[in-house]
Ligand binder design. Sequence first.
Ligand code: ASP
Ligand code: MG
Length: 426
Amino acid sequence: MLRVFKFGGALLKDVRGMRNMASIVEEFRCEPLVIVVSAIGKTTNALENLLHLARQEQQPQQLQEAYFALMKEHIRLVRSLELQDESSLIHQIEGDFYNLWQALKKTPKDPFFAYDSVVSFGELFSGHIAAYLLGEKSLPVKLTDARTLIVTDENFTSANVNWPYTQKTVEARITPELQRGNIVLTQGFIAAGHKGNVTTLGREGSDFSAAIFAYVLQAEEVCIWKDVPGLMNCNPQVFSDAVKLAHVSYNEAIELAFYGASVIHPKTLQPLRKRNIPLKVCAFYAPETLPTLIDVNEENDADIPKIILKEHQTLLSISSRDLSFMAEENLKTVFSAFSKYKLHINLMQNSAVSFSVCFDENREKLDAVINNLKEEFILKYNTGLQLLTIRHDNGELLGKLTRGKQIYLSQKNRTTLQVLMRQMEE
Ligand code: ASP
Ligand code: MG
């Protein structure tokens, strides 16, 4: 029975997590296994910051400091693993960091291309460390570079998978290893375009990588290991009465992911649903507990209300300068600006002369969109809002969760209620 495991970076950030990962893998070693790892801890954010500093050439000191801090963090993790022979791994990590420095110095013109060439390093580091640790445990692990497996277009920062090519490369490189009895370990999030340029699948995209491998290899199941007991009905760090969901359908999980439940990357579910591959959300620190099962069956979807609260939202209201309707032609212009700057819309609403959109706060992209549209449209925005989504409300939650809030926009359909709001000033 072929399984695909995905271990997120939050789990692998320290020696406890790394060792736990290794013991879970040991547990399942007798069956075919593909392991996907993402960058440790907050590495991806740190790499984004390095790129930002590299662009502002007047900050060489800050860039160096941030670079060495990230390197130290990785070397510290390697040392804490107390490997028999750590020197070759340290050598490897230092080599990766050298290459990262080269990539930072290049900063090519296309900012999206530059982003992928820098940010992809996080998974290279973690892949090397995880593979090395498993190797020392005498597990037959074969590290296979995801850039030689997942083939995409060159839509840098959220590349689209070329499925037929990916099928070929995965079959050529992973299948023989599995047949030899090896465990394949690869990196999440990263891929490559046809010309070999590194691409990424979008933030938090390692779940999607796991689904890609499962789809192509026709795996029996995908397990996403999490530091929570499974898929919860709301974020336990925000709501003290969060409960674990035993079972939801692909559709319900897609909706939850789309509305911002950060547990699963939204693209993950589609390939799995196509091949009916169950997804399990498993408790990393309690592997014996029953995971949340996600499959085609919808019968439990409405049992428990689910709450998703997305912070740091911006509301942008766009109206025409000539009082023309915000209909097809004007909306076409607006949407092409959003698409050009890759600003993902979380919620939208329109009236005759105004169109409102809400998205995750991003100053650079907001400015770019405003500049692009300001000649034709009047643009007003609010920042620091919260987007509340409730699925299958039991009639009690909305009032409770919006008390003391100023509502900017709300929307409702049969299953979902959404409110864009802000805490009222005392
Ligand atoms: N390391 C990437 C990120 O933090 C991908 C992932 O973690 O899934 O976005
Ligand atoms: Mg991550």
